[in-house]
Design a protein around this ligand. Structure first.
Ligand SMILES: Cc1cc2nc3c(=O)[nH]c(=O)nc-3n(C[C@H](O)[C@H](O)[C@H](O)COP(=O)(O)OP(=O)(O)OC[C@H]3O[C@@H](n4cnc5c(N)ncnc54)[C@H](O)[C@@H]3O)c2cc1C
Ligand code: SF4
Length: 563
């Protein structure tokens, strides 16, 4: 064996697995398909707007040619485009009438560099949902199984937020919250008075408001509230693989990272029921090679992992590795987006705020919980929100010329508030990814074909969420209210999940309660593909907790000789 463990992918989940395995003393190889990225050195976070290519924007022609899908992300600009793939170089297909936006980054750190850093725990409303309404398979774990791991990952990552005592949004280990501005406080008061089952709380986000010694020891410093996070943060003010998990893993001396290493497939030894090799194509030379380890973690993101497993066909797994259940590639989900509303407030014109703030507020799920507030749909939705004086960017994206523009920039505009809904998507077998039979990429890897649509339940959630958002804004005195709809294309939530789901039954699921493949003893998958349902909250904190938990379980099994 070359290594004790191989981790495929260096994003949020792979970073966590590598850290935990290395700290358990295991010699770990991380294989990352993208290029190396040096923390601090390769970021453009200190560049002022006038030094950025095209003042932070990208020419329309270049966007259309190379970034047609990636450039639809709010985080995409000329300072962050290096952390998004070129669509022109990484094609995939969809049915003509069923588009899917696959937003991703292939480089060391994956999307942990560009993510929005909103971090919430799932609750037993989420873990029980499949069992109660019969959509999807029952989760093999409950909140109590994950709670200590949420504690662990929150403490290490550094999550700012406030405890609220809500069953649907469990409390956690938080650094001091960032705070609500004056109109958000007024909104909170009004919403909570009108609707006792609704709560407006400050966003929980992976920013160091007050670093602890373990953060400082990794070279991380307090968040400076600059709002350029998608470029990468030289202060290490937010959690990413590059600022946190990989430095911790490197400190142990047990980590080897190989970049530009595209994992093409996993070899399977049927006699031992184990992965026997990880086959890699060098992204630059296109040369093939293979690595061996006692345990293999695939953390290539939901769609990347599905691609690897489906490509790993063998005599015993003709439909893809660990795919006896035929669930690999199926049950693809994303949070439903295009929900919510935006409005302007005529008042508070004598009030402002100091500096910037990389997160706003959160209004957690309140429908279909305890029978008090029900909807004509299953599951629910939550809102992220924020408010600002409308020319808060002072010239950023502000159209106009001459005296009139100067006058407008001199004074901040009205207060604006937006509520962005995230709705739950049900797991459905026909929302799936498959491999193209005839078309492959420049490395000879079959293209993914993604076929995913929203159903009636998602449409009903979107309709109710947008209606509620508009009503809450109106009741709080907002005007000019517009809907954030229509419902967006699947993928735009950038919360893809479900293509190798966990479950109790090997006949209907791919992974057991520790993210270990039912059928391949030394194979673990801990990215979003393991999710049996989406819940309503942003999922990455749950991937972190599952990854840490699975890594320790694998280390225990290796220690006892069981794998
Ligand atoms: C703009 C934006 C905002 C977001 N905001 C939030 C948020 O606020 N909260 C939240 O919870 N989530 C958010 N997300 C989603 C979050 O980024 C993902 O859920 C998370 O990064 C997934 O982690 P991962 O490890 O599964 O995948 P990734 O972070 O995508 O990492 C996967 C890694 O695997 C590598 N890889 C892929 N295929 C292969 C292969 N064949 N061989 C080797 N390596 C491979 C990739 O290059 C990549 O480095 C956001 C995403 C974006 C883009
Ligand atoms: S807001 Fe904080 S985390 Fe984001 S780039 Fe600025 S200092 Fe870094």
């Amino acid at each position: 064996m070359d290594f004790d463990a191989i981790v495929v992918g260096s994003g949020i989940s792979g970073g966590w697995v590598a850290k935990e395995l290395c700290e358990r003393g295991l010699k770990t190889l991380m294989l990352e398909r993208g290029r190396d990225v040096q923390h601090r050195v390769d970021y453009l976070d200190f560049a002022p707007p006038w030094e950025l290519p095209h003042r932070g924007m990208l020419p329309e022609e270049e966007k259309a040619q190379h970034y047609a899908i990636q450039s639809t992300s709010y985080a995409f600009n000329s300072a962050s485009s290096q952390f998004f793939v070129r669509d022109s170089e990484h094609p995939y297909s969809t049915p003509m009438d069923r588009p899917f936006k696959w937003i991703r980054g292939y480089h060391l750190g994956g999307r942990s560099i560009t993510w929005g850093r909103q971090t919430y725990r799932m609750s037993d409303f989420d873990f029980n949902a499949n069992r109660l309404d019969g959509h999807g398979v029952d989760w093999p774990i409950r909140y109590a199984d994950l709670s200590p791991w949420y504690d662990r990952v929150e403490s290490f990552a550094g999550i700012s937020g406030s405890n609220e005592g809500l069953e649907q949004l469990p409390d956690g280990q938080f650094l001091p919250p960032m705070g609500l501005n004056c109109v958000e406080q007024a909104f909170k008061q009004k919403v909570e008075t009108d609707h006792p089952s609704r709560r407006v709380t400050v966003a929980r986000c992976a920013h160091l408001t007050e670093p602890k010694p373990e953060h400082i020891a990794l070279g991380r410093g307090p968040c400076q509230l600059r709002n350029v996070c998608e470029r990468g943060c030289g202060y290490g003010g937010y959690f990413s693989s590059l600022s946190a998990t990989l430095p911790a893993a490197r400190k142990t001396g047990n980590l080897t990272v190989i970049t530009d290493a595209i994992v093409e497939r996993l070899d399977y030894d049927h006699a031992k029921r184990r992965v026997s090799g990880v086959r890699v194509i060098d992204a630059k030379t296109k040369q093939g090679r293979s690595y061996q380890a006692r345990v293999v973690f695939v953390c290539a993101s939901t769609l990347g992992t599905a691609q690897i497993l489906l490509s790993s066909r063998s005599e015993h797994f003709p439909n893809g590795l660990a795919n006896r259940s035929d669930a690999v590639g199926r049950y693809l989900m994303d949070h439903v987006m295009g929900l919510g509303a935006t409005g302007t407030h005529p008042g508070f014109l004598d009030r402002y705020y100091y500096g910037r703030r990389p997160a706003g507020f959160y209004l957690p799920r309140y429908v279909n919980l305890d029978g008090r507030d029900t909807g004509n749909f299953l599951r629910g939705f939550g809102f992220q929100g924020y408010s600002y004086r409308s020319s808060w960017g002072r010239g950023v994206g502000e159209p106009g010329v001459g005296a009139e523009l100067k006058q407008r920039l001199r004074y901040p505009g009205r207060w604006e508030m937006t509520l962005i809904g995230f709705g739950e998507m049900l797991p459905r077998a026909d929302n799936r990814v498959t491999l193209e039979e005839k078309r492959s990429d420049r490395w000879g890897i079959p293209l993914l074909h993604i076929d995913c649509t929203h159903g009636e339940n998602e449409r009903r959630i979107a309709e109710r969420a947008s209606r509620d958002a508009a009503a809450m804004l109106a009741a709080s005195g907002y005007e000019n209210i517009t809907s954030n709809g229509p419902i967006r294309t699947p993928g735009e939530g950038v919360h893809e999940m479900g293509t190798a789901r966990m479950g109790l039954d090997p006949a209907t699921s791919v992974l057991n309660r520790y993210n270990q493949a039912h059928d391949v003893t030394n194979l673990f998958v801990t990215d979003g593909s393991c999710m049996a349902s989406t819940g309503t909250v942003n999922p990455s904190l749950t991937y972190m907790a599952l990854s840490a938990r699975a890594a320790h379980h694998a280390a225990d099994l290796l220690g006892s000789g069981e794998i």
